[in-house]
Design a protein around this ligand. Structure first.
Ligand code: SF4
Ligand code: SF4
Length: 373
């Protein structure tokens, strides 16, 4: 892209509703308690938050990576790029909607040429379509910011052939002066952490300590339905070496059940007692920001498990009974995590592990999760 990007009156990023990151142990306790006790979303009945999408041209995603690769951090040297990056960093799940200059049936989303860079309208139109094609999206598509940037890094490793061409075949096709600088490739190599900084490690450690204690102190475990299956995969992979990990509370939940197989388990929607230490967990919202729209897949998995078990959110069963029912009705992860047919239809609907069903789940099922009879 060129040095200067003209600014258009874009829809303002709806980031005002985002609360500051929980920075104190008090907030941690509150969130851990919230994850453990309060009613949660997941039924689709919760009112949607008042968040507008961030309207972005595809090339602007690449320019952000390019400027970061150049060595810039917060100030990218361009007001519009700064605005997009700041909004995405304030809220990594803010929807980014891609808009391109299309005069076809996709003209309904055409943003016009106001934010074109000076290399010309033809080049601008082609560059955006080149990018959106590589992303596997269409004009007007929106994704949470974290997903959109991860998708860019996965699908667009170089600016060559997109922002500039090996040969300038004509005046309209000279491309961006930065295309061959290597900045985009450097930014790409820095990865998602340079674009959207991850959750603070020290905060995660505090959450681990408090939430693991909460699992052991709980009289009733609160677990999202498909995590019963993830606990199985975890157990099946480590049967001889079962031990806690920093990233979640799968071990602690299994351990609590093995120690007391009659402990009541309430099925909850959304993130649960297992999530607070996870890198993908967002404490302020109790949401999962896992890659490629993990929250979307997980919501479906939770509903699939409930449907197969004939249960609802809020139902409470002794752990032993719940696992007997789970293993009777769901013999394989193929039935839930493989969507029943093991077919991946889009990146957002990827399959965890073997599409035909994970061996670790089978092993845990055969061992009844190590619950003594
Ligand atoms: S295969 Fe399914 S149950 Fe197993 S870890 Fe993955 S998401 Fe969880
Ligand atoms: S990936 Fe998401 S659902 Fe899984 S433990 Fe982490 S926050 Fe929870």
């Amino acid at each position: 892209m060129s040095q200067r990007i003209t600014r258009r009156a874009f829809t303002r990023a709806g980031v005002g509703a985002v609360t500051p990151v929980a920075a104190t142990f008090g907030a941690l306790s509150l969130e851990a308690a919230r994850a453990a006790k309060s009613p949660q979303p997941g039924t689709g009945s919760a009112a949607p938050p008042d968040v507008d999408a961030l309207e972005v041209r595809p090339y602007q995603l690449m320019c952000i990576v390019c400027r970061i690769g150049e060595g810039r951090t917060d100030d990218l040297g361009d007001a519009r790029l700064n605005e997009i990056l700041a909004a995405a960093r304030r809220d990594r799940k803010i929807p980014i909607r891609l808009r391109c200059q299309c005069d076809t049936v996709y003209r309904y989303q055409n943003p016009g040429t106001d934010e074109n860079t000076p290399e010309g309208d033809l080049f601008n139109a082609k560059r955006d379509l080149d990018i959106i094609q590589k992303l596997g999206l269409v004009p007007g598509d929106a994704r949470p910011a974290i997903d959109m940037f991860e998708r860019l890094l996965l699908n667009v490793p170089t600016a060559t052939g997109i922002c500039g061409y090996e040969t300038a075949t004509g005046d309209a096709w000279r491309g961006c002066a930065r295309a061959a600088s290597g900045h985009y490739e450097k930014g790409h190599a820095l990865g998602i952490k340079a674009i959207l900084p991850p959750r603070d490690a020290e905060e995660k450690a505090r959450f681990k300590k408090a939430s693991a204690e909460a699992v052991y102190e709980a009289e009733t475990l609160r677990i999202r339905p498909h995590h019963l299956m993830c606990m199985s995969c975890f157990y099946g992979a480590r049967m001889e070496n079962l031990a806690p990990i920093q990233e979640d509370n799968l071990f602690e939940a299994i351990d609590a059940i093995q120690k007391n197989p009659e402990i009541p388990v309430t099925l909850v929607a959304g993130c649960c007692m297992i999530c607070p230490p996870c890198s993908h967990y967002e404490p302020e919202t109790n949401l999962c920001l896992g890659g490629r729209s993990m929250a979307l897949r997980d919501q479906k998995k939770d509903l699939d498990v409930l449907q197969k078990l004939g249960l609802q959110y809020g139902d409470t069963l002794p752990a032993r009974k719940l696992y007997e029912l789970l293993y009777q009705r769901i013999p394989s992860t193929r039935d839930v995590c493989g969507y029943g047919d093991g077919e991946v239809r889009a990146p957002e609907w990827s399959i965890c592990g073997d599409p035909e069903g994970k061996e670790t789940y089978r092993k845990a099922r055969a061992a009844m999760l190590g619950i003594k009879s």
